[in-house]
Design a protein around this ligand. Sequence first.
Ligand SMILES: Cc1ncc(COP(=O)(O)O)c(C=O)c1O
Length: 407
Amino acid sequence: MAEMKKVGFDTLCIRGGHATESNRAHLTPVYASSTYTFDTAEQSIAVFKGDEPGYIYGRWGNPTITEAEEKISLLEAYNLTNSNGTPLQLKSLLHASGMAACSTMLLSNLRAGQKIITHFSLYGGTHELIEKILPGLGIEAVIVDFHDVNKVEDAIKADSNIALMYLETPANPTLQCIDLEALSSLGKSYGLTVCADNTFATPYLQQPFKYDVDFVMHSTTKFLNGHGTAIGGVLTGKDIDKMNGPVTKTHRLLGGNSNAFDAFLLTNGLRTLGIRMDRHCSNAAAVAGFLASNGDVSVVNYVGLPGHPDHTLAMRQMKNGGALLSFELKGGFDAGVRFINKMKLCTNAVSLGTCDTLISHPASTTHMGVVREKRLAFGITDGLMRVSVGMECIDDILSDIEQAIAD
Ligand SMILES: Cc1ncc(COP(=O)(O)O)c(C=O)c1O
């Protein structure tokens, strides 16, 4: 790999980040060891000082984790360059979950008195973290409609304490997209740190670093792992000194580290990311087209459909319409419950990004406890179904959805 100048995305998925292992195992093994040893005091001093490479303690990383981190850095930086034309270098830190990655990013970049500016359609856990945990630490949120860049600028101008902009696109449940280029350049022009959650798109479909963001985070639980075998998260940054300094310090001290087995599963999943995404996305486009012409469906939210409000924007910043969609059953809540009970192939589960098609009915599950008016304001109608389109044979997915919709 090292001597190959430029390779394609799928080659990077398979080979990127792999270092020849000391016992010449073909794949990097699961380093199930909590600590690492030294031959001499001098060697331990050199490793502790950073003068010599080496592992010290499992919470600070291990070779299985390093491979996943380096692979993700290469994929997020794929074909991107710095302003001077040199290849973009990134540094990633693997975490126990997407929420842990998000916590490290927020707590290493913000201090009491500073504010975060963000939008309404964030993943629920991120929204709660910002609304319920950060204020206790003296960090408040300013929440604005990020579809209106002028309004975002007004809000930034009005409050000099805003220090960080947090973006997520596309986002649940209606697959709203926001303009990465316009928002990131606005944030940077006011000196803000900019972070994007790229979980739904993956680096195969969208590369936020192209728009000069400072950080990208993922719930690797989803498409990056791709098989639903481990919860995980990653934080990737382009300021290598900052990543190696305060961000690594926060990561290590908060203790939201990943582990060797989950990292091994993640690396295994990453090898097929591009190939999987092609199949996920072509299946999703077919499901969206099918639903759009079904008489029992009132709305299909899929950014690949020209009728989606953010279609043009999505097609500009994403490779295609992605693998997620939602749709509304005309029959409302009861039709949603009936649909779930009639499914024979698709899986009734939350989460997303697994090989199998996952369908959930938010009104009767994740959002059951949310006041109806509030839920409706977020676009979660009674008959809304959320679909993470899998890689099964498309005819099988379509015939299951068709029979589940039919009375
Ligand atoms: C877009 C997005 N970001 C972050 C998270 C949090 O990730 P995790 O569940 O791995 O902590 C999720 C989880 O569903 C998500 O969908």
